[in-house]
Design a binder for this molecule. Sequence first.
Ligand code: HH2
Length: 278
Amino acid sequence: MLRCGKYRLSLERPLLMGIVNLTPDSFSGDGVGASVGLAVAHAHAQFQAGADILDLGAESTRPGAPVVTEEEELARLLPVLREVLAWDVPVSVDTYKPAVMRAALELGCSMINDISGLRHPEALALVSRSDCALCLMHMQGTPGSMQDNPCYQDVVSEVNAGLLEAAERCRAAGVAADRLLLDPGFCFGKTLEHNFSLFRGLTVTAAQGYPVLVGVSRKSMLGAITGRPMAQRMPASVAAALLAAQSGAAVLRVHDVAATRDALAVWRAIGFQGEGNV
Ligand code: HH2
């Protein structure tokens, strides 16, 4: 069970987190930019398609993305967040900025998804006073430079250790364990080989005592495998989501909610879940 603001989410089956990018420049081209109407419609489509959680992000964190000011991020986020919070679905806000977290929590968001793993002391103090769920993601470096020369001796153990350390920081600040999700952070300061190793190591990451979130939807690692451009990476994304679920991921962060949901339904109905035989 994941405590997520006023929601209690069962983790018996993998949950789908539907991506809603309120950006003009997201890597997959799905960002809805400045149009509040388009953004709300897109969020609603993700909800209708069966998203268990909606993840609203107002700054692209693709490699080399420019940093957006707090003011700009809030201007993109808040009008859409206000609308979406009226629906009966947990809303996550994808931000690493304490001021954005504060505003989102005041409005009633149920989860903070922080690609920096709550490194900012002010962020930690803020979220520890709330009841939201927290997704702690691993990233080596910052989006501006993270893909320059990612370096690890043993990527799986270093990423797992970093995630446990972030979880311990939260626990020490008074955050209950059942509010935490850990995420290896695919493509955030990782080469293709690092991503493959992390994916193969997901069962180990998932055995650390915290639910794991996996976000590989449409990412460059799938482009590198298939040779497909962004617009044609849905089948590869669905396959990867299924593999992540099979490896024990509790939450799948995806652009294509309906397709992933169907694939998971087949997987569950045929009874592979928990059998360990795929
Ligand atoms: N990936 C992206 C953004 N936020 N959060 C978590 N927890 N895990 C991820 O893998 C993750 C994330 C990048 O994807 P997207 O939001 O689609 O693109 P952009 O950052 O360019 O808006």
